[in-house]
Design a protein around this ligand. Structure first.
Ligand SMILES: [Zn+2]
Length: 210
């Protein structure tokens, strides 16, 4: 298993390459979208370790998600809710505490490291969530954002597999094959993950053509 620091270092390199590729090859990306693609690739490259056995990666990831998710959701809901600034402040604070402490604790306590979060369906789900989260962006930007998260996520899985090979001892470690896998730790988690891939895929298809 690669360390969290390794994932972040490779994630920064990959985020730069992915952003440059989208920016130069498609000619459809402006600086604002380039910043988003960079950040999403980097976040994608770290997210699988939400099930980490050590508390630090989980807390960092939930800290980022605890800020990003409520802000994006409030942005979507604000026109219909017409909330006052102090109400927005309290909602953001509550959401941050929920992500940073309650949800992070739950994941730390109850998830199995190298379980379903280290699998290909989880990478697809993360990409689909990005497409849905940026619901009011231009459709091809949303696909780029989803691809950025997916590519970052896949890099994490590939790195974990590479680190599962003991090059000096020329042998495979016990964790080989547990990251770049189409299944989770149990039949139920595998079934739920693939069902979610299909469900979110359908949502993405409809939301992209509205
Ligand atoms: Zn990992």
């Amino acid at each position: 298993m690669a360390k969290f620091k390794t994932h972040i270092s490779f994630g920064i390199i990959e985020a730069f390459l992915v952003t440059a590729a989208f920016y130069c090859c498609t000619k459809l990306v402006h600086p604002v979208q380039a910043v988003v693609i960079f950040c999403l690739t980097l976040i994608g490259s770290a997210v699988p370790d939400v099930d980490s056995d050590t508390a630090r990666p989980t807390q960092i990831l939930f800290g980022i998600l605890g800020i990003a998710c409520p802000v994006l959701l409030l942005h979507a809901l604000q026109p219909s809710l017409m909330l006052k600034t102090e109400e927005i402040f309290c909602i953001l604070l509550a959401a941050f505490l929920f992500f940073q402490y309650l949800l992070a604790w739950f994941f730390f306590r109850f998830t199995v490291h190298r379980g379903i979060f280290h699998s290909i369906p989880a990478a697809l789900i993360a990409g689909e969530c990005a497409i849905l989260l940026f619901y009011n962006s231009i459709w091809y930007h949303r696909i780029f954002f989803g691809a950025a998260v997916f590519l970052g996520y896949m890099l994490h899985l590939v790195l974990d597999e590479i680190y599962a090979v003991d090059l000096f001892g020329m042998r495979l470690k016990k964790s080989t094959g547990s990251a770049l896998s189409f299944r989770g730790e149990s039949t139920i988690s595998t079934f739920c993950a693939w069902a979610l891939v299909v469900f979110l895929g359908i949502l993405c298809k409809f939301s992209l053509y509205i």
